[in-house]
Design a protein around this ligand. Sequence first.
Ligand SMILES: *[C@@H]1O[C@H](CO)[C@@H](O)[C@H](O)[C@H]1NC(C)=O
Ligand SMILES: *[C@@H]1O[C@H](CO)[C@@H](O)[C@H](O)[C@H]1NC(C)=O
Ligand SMILES: *[C@@H]1O[C@H](CO)[C@@H](O)[C@H](O)[C@H]1NC(C)=O
Length: 187
Amino acid sequence: MKMISLLLLILSSCLCATFVVNVTQSSYEAEENHSITLEWTFTTRTQGSYRKLFIYCEFRTSVKTRIIYVHRDGVEFPESQDDQFSGRVQSDKDVLREGRIRLHVSRLRTEDSGLYLCDVETEDGFNSGRCRLNVSARRSHSEPKIKPETTNETSLRKLGHVVAFVVVIAVLSSCFLFCKKVKTGEH
Ligand SMILES: *[C@@H]1O[C@H](CO)[C@@H](O)[C@H](O)[C@H]1NC(C)=O
Ligand SMILES: *[C@@H]1O[C@H](CO)[C@@H](O)[C@H](O)[C@H]1NC(C)=O
Ligand SMILES: *[C@@H]1O[C@H](CO)[C@@H](O)[C@H](O)[C@H]1NC(C)=O
């Protein structure tokens, strides 16, 4: 039994190895409102093209999964795309023949940050590739820079205010008393 499982394992890993999906870049950095092109490559046939080609790409974060691109045998299915990416993903169908999946995502949002996976299935096998995208918020000049304050700093500042207040009161009251004394002394 063990021998058979081992053989099956070796056989399946050999089968998988014949068809691979790679990413050209494992992680991307972009700014909000900019656009980016994510790219995957998959094994092509040395002769002819695939009769069957199914591509399913999705976006994942720890809390959600969203469909971004579906393609089956030359036909795209934009209706299956999630609203988050609606109208913002363009694919380059011409490069599929070369074994390349190019997804152009425009008007990036910070919530587009996460994992992008593409599953590819052909008559030669199934494989998938993933890459990470990090969309950072755009730092605009008009935006006021708020310096984060630590609680220590805040309480120190509060203490400073209290001390200053007490000093002012003390000075004012001693002035008042002094003036009064001077006035009464005059009389
Ligand atoms: C995938 O990556 C491996 C290792 O870098 C490389 O040998 C192989 O040619 C690549 N295949 C495709 C289809 O990009
Ligand atoms: C994303 O980019 C921002 C700004 O460049 C950086 O501070 C942050 O660490 C990055 N996050 C990840 C998960 O790479
Ligand atoms: C991004 O673009 C939208 C619409 O074009 C605009 O309203 C928004 O202010 C832009 N955001 C940033 C951070 O530039």
